[in-house]
Design a protein around this ligand. Structure first.
Ligand code: MN
Length: 505
């Protein structure tokens, strides 16, 4: 069989496309997600999602259970389908659910129970909804029980309607319960309605009797203080360190985004609207198999770049402005996050080049510190970024005395970076004060945004520049996953003007 890599601009070959259309694969698919028999061009034999083998999902669950106290129960539910104007959004699985199961369907939940007497040390029960023939006619197939057992590794597979009863029994036997309640507020915590919301979420079709039973069991358990604990911090600890397979997918995601950035630099012209660049970027990523943008792209021309999360993307780009694009795709479950700032006309003006080089010098220094042996925490890297940027700005004529913390907060109002992975910001359970560890992936994204105020040099007014790379932390050196997006002045100008051999489209 003949294959060719679809990422032709890189030495790496991640995604292979079958060039013969009559090869052996099953159509229509019998599954609720791409799997090897139906999608051999995406998912290899033994993988549950592209690039991640069933064994890796198994080892994630085992690592989770080994880190919990004896006799623990884990409850995890699939994300809900979201609606807009009566029709569904493209479904995105809950991040922890995906990380632990590899299952991409809604209306599903799983239980993990400590079980020292079994070979794995835990039992794994999947509850899901199998489509009736008429549901399958409208919405396509769902993965069958045999596949969930044999390939996904479940000990038992049951209809989702049976979850309340199974939970009631499991809750009675467990000493600790790890579960995330949906959107708990002070009010719902007091009234106990958070449990009701959880139940609705877990078992929308269950019987009222079973719900009442389950609610009472949950509140009994809640009364034994400290027995119910949030699951997200436990999974977050595991997710913070990326496996070799995850690193490979994240490199591929960053490559797709990096090429889209490069080609969008070539495509951009003064007179275009910002949204056309956003559309072009998203099109290029989708062509490379990205399932969705990891976030709404920022395409900010000229002074719009001073708004950090500018996503209106609806103004026209002027001659001699800089364009700041903060955009990244999601590929096979992993986000990418890259920012580049380039001249709309293809060449930096002297003032733009001077400020750009200042940010770039600081950014490169910060990247070089992103390794475990340097001993920095993310918070210490941020402090360092403030000092580095202030030094660079002083050197090009900014009047910042040593104590001018307030001015730096105005010129650089955001944090240096964040962990990235299945979620764009994997920050909620990430300790910013702990030293960086090998296998973490973080962004390094210093920026300078100069408001038109008299104490800043006039030729820098209204310029906003951010340069953001994704960095894989190593023991002694960092690996820049977004290395294929140009950032040196000459390379950026080369990408814009076609000197790198790129066609506008
Ligand atoms: Mn970012």
């Amino acid at each position: 069989m003949l294959f060719r890599p679809t990422l032709r601009h890189t030495a790496r070959t991640y995604r292979w496309q079958c060039t013969r259309t009559n090869s052996t694969f099953v159509k229509p698919s019998q599954f609720g997600q791409p799997l090897h028999p139906s999608h051999p061009h995406l998912v290899k034999d033994g993988e549950l999602t592209p690039g991640i083998h069933a064994d890796e999902y198994e080892s994630r669950r085992r690592a989770l259970m080994e880190g919990l106290p004896p006799n623990s129960l884990v409850i995890c539910a699939a994300a809900k389908v979201k609606y807009m104007s009566g029709r569904t959004y493209k479904f995105r699985q809950g991040s922890d659910f995906l990380y632990l199961s590899g299952l991409l369907e809604p209306s599903a939940a799983f239980l993990l129970r400590s079980s020292p007497s079994t070979p794995r040390g835990y039992t794994y029960s999947i509850f899901h909804h199998f489509h009736t023939p008429s549901q399958a006619l409208w919405d396509g197939p769902r993965t069958n029980d045999i596949t969930l057992h044999d390939l996904f590794g479940a000990d038992d597979v049951c209809p989702i309607d049976e979850l309340p009863r199974a939970l009631k029994k499991a809750l009675r036997d467990a000493d600790y319960v790890y579960v995330d309640q949906p959107q708990e507020t002070r009010r719902t915590r007091k009234s106990g309605s958070a449990w009701k919301a959880l139940l609705e979420h877990l078992a929308p079709a269950s019987l009222a009797d079973a719900k009442a039973d389950l609610l009472s069991a949950l509140s009994d358990l809640g009364a034994r203080s400290g027995k119910i604990r949030p699951l997200a911090p436990e999974v977050g600890r595991l997710r913070a360190i990326k496996s070799p397979a995850e690193q490979k997918i994240m490199r591929a995601a960053a490559d797709v985004s990096a090429h889209a950035h490069t080609k969008t630099m070539r495509f951009a012209q003064p007179g275009m609207s910002e949204h056309v660049l956003a559309a072009h970027f998203e099109y290029l990523c989708a062509r490379e198999w990205s399932q969705r943008p990891a976030y709404v792209p920022v395409v900010a021309s000229g002074p719009n770049a001073l708004t950090i999360h500018y996503t209106a993307n609806d103004q026209l780009i002027r001659e001699d402005e800089l364009v700041l694009i903060d955009a990244g795709c999601e590929l096979d479950g992993y986000a990418s996050d890259i920012t580049r700032t380039f001249p709309a006309s293809g060449r930096f003006t002297p003032a733009q080049a001077e400020l750009y080089s200042a940010v770039l010098a600081a950014q490169k220094r910060l990247v070089s510190l992103s390794n475990a042996s340097a001993g920095y925490s993310l918070y210490q890297l941020h402090t360092e970024s403030v000092h580095l940027l202030a030094d660079e700005l002083r050197a090009i004529g900014f009047n910042l005395d040593r104590s001018s913390v307030g001015l730096m907060a105005e010129l650089y109002p955001h944090f240096v970076g964040h962990p990235v992975g299945i979620d764009l910001h994997e920050s909620s359970h990430f300790d910013r004060d702990a030293p960086l560890k090998p296998g973490m992936v973080i962004t390094i994204e210093p920026g300078i945004y100069v408001p038109p105020r008299p104490h800043y040099p006039k030729h820098f007014h209204n310029i906003g520049i951010r340069i953001e790379d994704e960095v894989l932390v190593g023991e002694t050196y960092p690996t820049v996953l977004s290395v294929n997006a140009p950032k040196e002045v000459a390379d950026v100008e080369g990408a814009c003007t076609g000197a790198l051999g790129l066609e506008p489209l």
